[in-house]
Design a protein around this ligand. Structure first.
Ligand SMILES: Nc1ncnc2c1ncn2[C@@H]1O[C@H](COP(=O)(O)OP(=O)(O)OP(=O)(O)O)[C@@H](O)[C@H]1O
Ligand SMILES: [Mg+2]
Length: 303
């Protein structure tokens, strides 16, 4: 349907001929499709010129990073390379000394960390950050706290909106637990679970916020090979089934190469390479700085 037909359908008085010509020249459908295409292709996240130091230590130096919608974007590098610092900048824990973060096209000198969920971001931490004395289900429900609008008094009374919100949060949490094969453990205290399962509960808590962009800081650290395989399956499942964009920090090179669409490599706070797994594997700077050391690690667990 072109513009003139659209207006004619409303039975409006015909426009003067010059305006009709102008409207006929506008192709709204094509313009809409083009806009949707641009939105799909525009980066979900874009970091430009990020620098951050702690005292004399340059944790990040002039780092650029672009993350496309729906990709699994990994960040690798030796210990102390600045990977967690980068996630802490993206999630607003740190304000960079220089540079800016763009999330869905909006620019920030420091991302408002208290509004992270509303910006469509969720994260997990390198070190477990669960409420160990709460059940698995309650831990996951806590990932929806940002959606609760009921008042404190309403919550005490347990009435109306607060009860509906809680039921909704529990339903969503149960579905995520099912997706991550954790349903049988939902009543267990989180602190009593083996480490690998606690990491999975942390992923559940991040996922229940239904983020557009999920930031995972070493979700497989300390896991057995089987647990790692399972976790890798869940990470790709999150992307494939929910369309979630994933930024992944991981030391296990085998896992990273298998999962990632693109990989950025940090070394001493600088980005030394960025590309597809194939490109990264062949990059001499990466081999020197990182992969050579990882290859020396006989059991293939990375460094
Ligand atoms: N809060 C902080 N205070 C002081 N120095 C910090 C802080 N956070 C990070 N650093 C320093 O910044 C550098 C980068 O640290 P970061 O934790 O980002 O590295 P990483 O790549 O995540 O390492 P790892 O693989 O060991 O987790 C290191 O030298 C670290 O000691
Ligand atoms: Mg780290």
């Amino acid at each position: 349907m072109n513009a003139t037909h659209a207006f004619a359908g409303l039975g409006a008085t015909p426009f003067p001929p010059d305006i009709q010509d102008h409207l006929a020249g506008l192709n709204f459908e094509a313009a809409g499709a083009e806009k949707r295409k641009q939105e799909a292709e525009s980066p979900v996240l874009e970091l430009s010129g990020i620098s951050l130091s702690f005292g004399g230590v340059a944790a990040l130096s002039d780092v650029d990073l672009s993350v496309r919608r729906g990709e699994i974007r990994s960040i690798i590098g030796p210990n102390g390379a600045g990977k967690s610092s980068l996630i802490n900048v993206i999630s607003g824990v740190y304000r960079p000394d220089r540079g800016e973060v763009q999330i869905a096209g909006k620019r920030y000198a420091q991302v408002p960390t208290q509004k992270l969920a509303r910006l469509g971001l969720a994260r997990t931490f390198q070190n477990l950050a669960l409420f160990k004395g709460l059940s698995v289900l309650d831990n996951v429900v806590s990932g929806r706290a940002h959606t609760f609008r009921s008042t404190f008094l309403g919550q005490i009374a347990g009435l109306g909106r607060s009860r509906r919100e809680e039921t909704d949060a529990r339903d969503r949490a149960s579905r995520v637990l099912e997706f991550l094969h954790l349903s049988d453990l939902s009543d267990r205290l989180a602190g009593t679970l083996p480490y690998g399962l606690q990491k999975r509960v942390e992923l559940a808590r991040a996922l229940v916020a239904e983020p557009d962009l999920l930031l995972l800081d070493e979700p497989m650290a300390g896991m057995t090979a089987t647990e790692k395989d399972e976790m890798a399956g869940f990470v790709s499942g999150v992307r494939d089934q929910y369309g979630t964009t994933v930024v992944l920090i991981e030391h296990d090179i085998g896992v990273v190469m298998g999962l990632s669409d693109r990989i950025a490599v940090l070394d001493y706070g600088r980005k030394i390479a960025d590309g597809t797994p194939d490109e990264i594997q062949r990059d001499q700077r990466v081999i020197d700085a990182y992969l050579g050391v990882a290859a020396e690690n006989e059991d293939g667990e990375g460094i």
